[in-house]
Design a protein around this ligand. Structure first.
Ligand SMILES: [Zn+2]
Length: 449
């Protein structure tokens, strides 16, 4: 009898131990079950990726990324998309002590498309759960690699970020040919460059010049495109000084989106602009070329969260005819506005998967700068797809459809399709969770082979 009891007790102990072991194994798997997400880091094994069942927004464990040192860490997953379609991806984010490596930065906790510059706004500091939204156009892509990231494309970050409740919906492209353009005139610059403080102001004369050229830009876009493009514009005078600039070898100093975000975002996030001009003065008659530039008067092809972004620099000499209409000196003063805007269409056309002549390649196609009108004929043929390709004899330039492929805004989702359950499915009960663990294990084995 005693022996039998002992066996019974041993059996019970065995079962209890088995349950405990299974529970520990299950919890470990649960903490490390990232469903279909892969992990990526700039500096390998520096960041910790975990599922967190304590700090979470809803029923499911959150996805936690912590980086003790500066890193670029991301959970990402390849998803299928329909080409030429607007998408909105959202998630809930909580952050703790998130700091970026550079002072002026677009990194932090964010949503992005891996290996591109496309990203949402970023969250830094310590914040309770909030919703993060990322809008993009699939353009010519069938798949994209969506990432939930602590870091960024240009800069790193450290701290902790929790991501939860991923959603995705597809919307409808807005196919009219009206582009809403915002022109921000930076009235004051107050920057420190190489230990020197530089202050610059814009004059009333400058504001007049910009006003005239914005109106001329609107008219020229219509004429040059042969009525395929309509521009609506609004001008803003930014009084608060611009305090930071960006620098690269090619251009010298310039204004990147991150430099003006704090000055213009309250306007941009309220309106659905399709293009942004930022107008600056970097020197004047008295302190010529106070801020060093490598000979540019305009810079384009930049991107403010999916919206084309250009710089226009006023000439140091206020008496210059560069931006002044004069029938015997300059009849195309808005040329730089047209040029910089076209860089956005040039870039879009490539991203939609089509060939496009480089905007700077005019001489190769036989177009030269002319007295009075500059490169007017080049822009006209460029915008009408009327440039002769000498090799093929075909007409090349901006395709008509590019005038209707505009940046994605929230209004593209008035009628939308929720794709969340197809793309970001979380296990909904114990059995599904258990099953997902085995598919995850199966995957990690099959990946090694
Ligand atoms: Zn250019």
């Amino acid at each position: 009898m005693i022996k039998k009891d002992k066996t019974k007790l041993l059996n019970i102990i065995f079962v209890v131990i088995l349950i405990i072991v299974l529970y520990i194994v299950f919890s470990l798997f649960k903490q490390n079950n990232f469903n279909d997400f892969s992990k990526a880091e700039l500096y390998a094994h520096q960041s910790v990726f975990k599922r967190d069942s304590k700090v979470k927004y809803s029923k499911n464990s959150s996805y936690k990324i912590s980086s003790e040192d500066f890193n670029d860490a991301m959970l990402h997953k390849q998803i299928e998309v329909m080409p030429n379609t607007p998408y909105k991806v959202t998630c809930m984010v909580k952050t703790e002590n998130v700091v970026t490596q550079q002072e002026i930065s677009t990194s932090g906790a964010l949503i992005c498309i891996a290996d591109t510059v496309e990203q949402s706004k970023s969250i830094v500091g310590t914040n309770d759960w909030q919703k993060l939204e990322f809008l993009f156009d699939s353009k010519n892509r069938n798949t994209i690699d969506i990432g939930f990231r602590l870091g960024g494309n240009e800069d790193n970050a450290k701290g902790t970020a929790w991501f939860s409740d991923f959603t995705i919906e597809s919307g409808v492209e807005d196919t009219d040919d009206t582009w809403d353009v915002a022109c921000f005139i930076i009235e004051n610059i107050d920057v420190n460059i190489d230990g020197e403080n530089i202050k610059l102001h814009i004059s009333d004369n400058d504001i007049n010049t910009v006003s005239q050229n914005m109106e001329r830009f609107k008219q020229s876009c219509k004429t040059l495109s042969s009525n395929k493009l309509d521009i609506n514009y609004e001008m803003y005078r930014v009084v608060e000084p611009l305090n930071s600039l960006s620098y690269d070898e090619e251009n010298g100093y310039f204004v990147a989106p991150k430099n003006v975000e704090n000055l213009i975002d309250s306007v941009v996030s309220q309106k659905e602009y399709d293009h942004i001009f930022v107008v600056v003065r970097f020197g004047n008659n008295i302190n010529k070329s106070a801020i060093k530039v490598n000979d540019w008067i305009g810079l384009g092809g930049m991107d403010y969260y999916g919206i084309g972004f250009s710089n226009i620099r006023l000439p140091d000499n206020e008496a210059s005819y560069l931006y002044q209409y004069n029938s015997s000196i300059n009849t195309f003063p808005e040329e730089v506005w047209v040029h910089e805007y076209l860089h956005t269409l040039e870039r879009n056309q490539k991203e939609y998967g089509y060939e496009v002549p480089a905007l700077h390649n005019n001489e190769n196609y036989g177009y030269w700068n002319q007295r009075l009108v500059g490169l007017y004929d080049w822009y006209k043929d460029y915008m009408r797809k009327n440039i002769v390709d000498k090799q093929t004899g075909e007409r090349v330039g901006i395709l008509e459809e590019m005038y209707t492929h505009k940046p994605i805004h929230n209004s593209n989702f008035t009628y939308s399709y929720d794709k969340t359950s197809q793309v970001f499915k979380e296990p909904s009960n114990f059995i599904e969770e258990f099953a997902s663990i085995f598919t995850t294990i199966g995957k990690s084995f099959s990946k090694k082979n």
